[in-house]
Design a protein around this ligand. Structure first.
Ligand SMILES: [Zn+2]
Length: 235
């Protein structure tokens, strides 16, 4: 007898039939040659936010760490059992990913729990409380920043939490060094579950912008770069 969830067994059978059978060779190559993902995503544990689904990524393409409220803790000397920091270290120093993405989302339960705790974080859980306390600097920054009164306070803290995690990323010496050399790029993004909208943080303005507008802009940019390169070569 087994009480393994039937839905998982049914899903696994579908995966074997529809996905594995189509990508058998790719899976075998990944097993033989190992993984070389270019991107690490740090996202929330929320079951509605799946990085591989949102970015339509195949196995081997994304190195993903998930935790409550997509938080990056600040670097600490001699850090003990720390899942996110260990994943970050392995992605950056071991796998040498080129991009780190902090992916937040709407209606984040971790952010909501922090907002509703009124400073009594211990009541949100023995482990959840200390973990979401990491949102405190983000909440303080937000309280000190003049904001649009129409802005949804939940959304404002979701954005501020992403900005804080980006700040915390830079406290890791191995991240800071590679970012300074231009060999590693860090990004903030936010996903709206209901509409499927992705917003990406503009690194200069820190404003979150619709991702659908970014691809044409990126294409324009690379066309301009190519044109100026060709012009310089023809001189
Ligand atoms: Zn969440």
């Amino acid at each position: 007898m087994t009480d393994f969830p039937k839905e998982l067994l049914t899903g696994y059978n579908l995966y074997r039939e529809r996905i594995y059978s189509q990508l058998e060779e790719e899976y075998q190559n990944l097993a033989i040659y190992g993984q070389e993902p270019q991107v690490m995503v740090i996202s929330c544990c929320d079951s509605r936010v799946t990085p591989e689904g949102i970015f339509h990524a195949q196995p081997g393409e994304l190195f993903v760490a998930r935790n409550i409220a997509n938080l990056v803790p600040p670097f600490v000397e001699g850090g003990s059992t720390h899942g996110t920091s260990a994943a970050l270290e392995y992605a950056v120093s071991g796998l040498k990913v080129k991009h780190l993405v902090i992916l937040g989302h709407c209606k984040c339960g971790g952010v909501q729990a922090f907002r509703e705790s009124n400073g009594k974080l211990s009541e949100t859980g023995q482990f959840v409380g200390p973990w979401i306390k990491m949102l405190e600097p983000a909440a303080i920054t937000l309280a000190c920043t003049p904001v649009d009164k129409n802005e949804d306070p939940q959304l404002a803290l979701e954005y501020a939490g992403i900005r804080q995690s980006l700040k915390n990323l830079m406290t890791f010496p191995f991240v800071e060094e590679l970012v300074a050399k231009g060999e590693l790029h860090i990004h903030g993004a936010w996903f709206d579950i209901g509409s499927g909208t992705l917003r990406v943080m503009n690194s200069e303005t820190q404003v979150f912008e619709d991702a659908q507008d970014l691809l044409p802009r990126l294409k324009e940019q690379s066309a301009e770069t190519q044109a100026s390169k060709e012009a310089a070569e023809s001189k």
